[in-house]
Design a protein. Structure first.
Lengths: 414, 414
């Protein structure tokens, strides 16, 4: 299989790949406790079993009244109302008020029968133990929250495929929904291959480098809700790679292989992936830098991604291809809003037409706008990323960017 | 203690509070494994123990050469070089090359002695088993990564107070640093108070609402690296609140109290906080909506924050005050870059001069720019946030925002 025969556009490749993956996979679900559900994705729509609030509440501290008893009230001509009691927090308002009566009430308290508004405390004055003056008229239902105003019975609380944040979790708990069905976490097999790779604990000898990808990619997988299955380091050997991929296939929903660097290693990595099932390799080579030698494949319903061996390239490709695939495998109905920042670039950048570039950059807060100050250097290794706040995107149709232009920066959060 | 006597600016309040907190606290550290360090904060600077790469490497697949042997080479007038071997991945290049000699080399391979450049494979042709033609000249050190080019011995890899992302973790592992000293996770005591509050498992009766704050605030604390200690629900009772706060004080680095809604509950909550130590309450009441009744205090070196009881208000105040305090307690040397988005607002918004507003909004991708489509409704409860992608910021000096203006939206991620 000759390499880079047809480099394709990264955005197009991603779109097509996500489509193929989402059509091929079958999602499984499990029931979990709502309080553990942050970051998970709803497997079924959740419908409100009743309305919230369950009773008419006060939105203010003050007096529950009949609005019509306050009409025309002002500082110079206050309304006089008789105070018939107090609604205690958490208690059912058992007394009902009659004409020209009021009850003391607190924020969140239950409105008594016949009351249809709340006068704020600061617009009243207690003139005797059982009498107030009201200095401002209120309209019907002013300063109240009506039953069902937050959510109505039958409304969709959570759509299928919606990711649960803490606010969604809170919304479920408010409705007493303490368990729910979510999609299973995708298990992501991760393989690092290369004769030069040794574990981080090893003493370095000349020619060797320590494994970084297993750990950075595992962290990235975890950050978007996947469950990493690190397989470890495989030497540049086709038989061992094949066996490792077959082993991972039985326990993974997605397989990531950071390929050996030699030409022959890249060749047989592609061959091993291609053997794993149909349709096999869909994309081999992307018009992006870093990350040209990326492989996107689908084998027997399991997506397989061949990542570059270089840790920086592997991380950038994982951000743009592995993350969205994991979101798809989690059953999300749409990709999350990306964490990007528009910033003014401090220097000129060159780029090759037809190729998308990602350039590590610092982000500096400035008076009016943020500044993007690219990190240069021939070395494209992991420490360049560790110094960066984000990556500047240079679109394929640009041959360069001039200083002071506004660029899109993707923030590196994890 | 009369309430809202002096409402102060939220930005000013936050700045002052963070300063007071960071001056008061004493950070403790612990040693952990580097692979578990993502999200933690370095307690000591980490200095590179040696340079990386540890040897001169090839940045391409091709042939290691002496650059001077290729000078003047072109398609029509190629240079002829003798191939004296191949540098295997992960092996020390033991042979050295002489004048007019080349060695096959792979990306990441170790440069042999005397070689000072790499000719890319596509600019060569093998004309016999031991001879190549070179069609393009290379300059000295072209297509190589020199020893120390990634990081030099003695360089700072990680500053004290720097948060570790997966890329920093990878950088440490590349240097063989498998353990490091990080600041301890702040323990955050969380109290929900109010006679109307019942647990999420409870059947609802009129007048009661289920506890949401304990869970949403715990999730938010966890998302920024804190360790939540949920204390549970306390009724509107000064003695019980005092005992709970005293209990939490012995095991927390930060205490959060979502206060009861009644005036008297808010009064004694402030009193209980004030009793816990000097300097006590620093801010009581903020010019922000939601979140006016916020309390910021420091008692015996422990920050205490009084949150509004309403779940939406509690969440918004926690995002703007609890999060930055947690980052400070983690020892971060600067606050993280906020996840904000500039967007075009779809409708007019009214606001009160002198007050900052946060309005829940959808974010809609549009052709040119993102659109912010506010979520309206009198109800300011948790389901309004669950429908929102973010919060529109209306600065204090604005009395409103017109449709089509560009606004700042803070994304709700967790």
């Amino acid at each position: 299989m000759p390499e880079f025969l047809s480099l394709i556009s990264p955005a197009k490749a991603r779109e097509n790949f996500l489509k193929v993956v989402s059509e091929a996979i079958e999602l499984k679900s499990e029931k979990i406790s709502t309080v553990e559900s942050v970051g998970r994705v709803a497997a079924k729509p959740i419908i409100a079993p009743y309305s919230l609030p369950t009773f008419n509440r006060s939105a203010m501290d003050g007096y529950a009244v009949r609005a019509e008893d306050t009409y025309g009230a002002s500082e110079s001509l206050p309304a006089f109302l008789k105070v018939v009691g107090e609604v205690k927090m958490g208690e059912t308002a058992s007394i009902e008020i009659s004409n020209l009566e009021a009850m003391m009430i607190h924020t969140g308290g239950m409105l008594p029968q016949n009351a249809n508004a709340v006068v704020m405390l600061e617009h009243t004055q207690r003139i005797s133990p059982a009498e107030i003056e009201v200095y401002k008229s209120v309209s019907a239902w002013e300063n109240t929250i009506l039953q069902g105003e937050e959510i109505l019975v039958g409304e969709t609380v959570l759509a299928e495929g919606q990711r649960i944040r803490s606010v969604e979790m809170g919304g479920l708990l408010a409705l007493g929904i303490t368990q729910l069905e979510v999609f299973r976490k995708p298990r992501v097999g991760i393989l690092s291959s290369g004769d030069e790779i040794v574990s981080p604990e090893s003493e370095l000898v000349a020619g060797k480098v320590r494994d970084v990808n297993t750990y950075t990619i595992s962290a990235l997988v975890r950050s978007c809700g996947g469950e990493p299955i690190p397989y470890g380091i495989i030497p540049d050997d086709e038989l061992q790679l094949r066996q490792a991929v077959i082993n991972l296939k039985s326990q993974s929903d997605l397989i990531l292989i950071s390929a050996g660097s030699s030409l022959s290693a890249r060749d047989y990595t592609a061959r091993v992936i291609q053997e794993q099932g149909l349709p096999g390799i869909l994309v081999h080579g992307l018009n992006t830098r870093p990350g040209k030698p990326t492989i996107l494949a689908l084998c027997d319903q399991i997506p397989v991604i061949g990542l570059p061996g270089n840790p920086l390239s592997a991380y950038v490709i994982a951000s743009h291809f592995v993350k969205p695939v994991i979101y798809t495998l989690e059953g999300m109905n749409s990709q999350p809003i990306p964490n990007i920042r528009m910033a003014k670039i401090t220097v000129n950048l060159n780029s090759q037409a037809g190729r998308e570039d990602w350039v590590p950059t610092k982000i500096i807060p400035s008076n009016e706008r943020w500044l993007a100050d690219p990190i240069f250097g021939k070395s494209n290794m992991i420490h360049a990323l560790a110094r960066a706040d984000g990556l500047i995107w240079v679109p394929e149709d640009r041959t360069g960017i001039s200083a002071d232009e506004t660029v899109t920066v993707e923030l590196i959060e994890t």
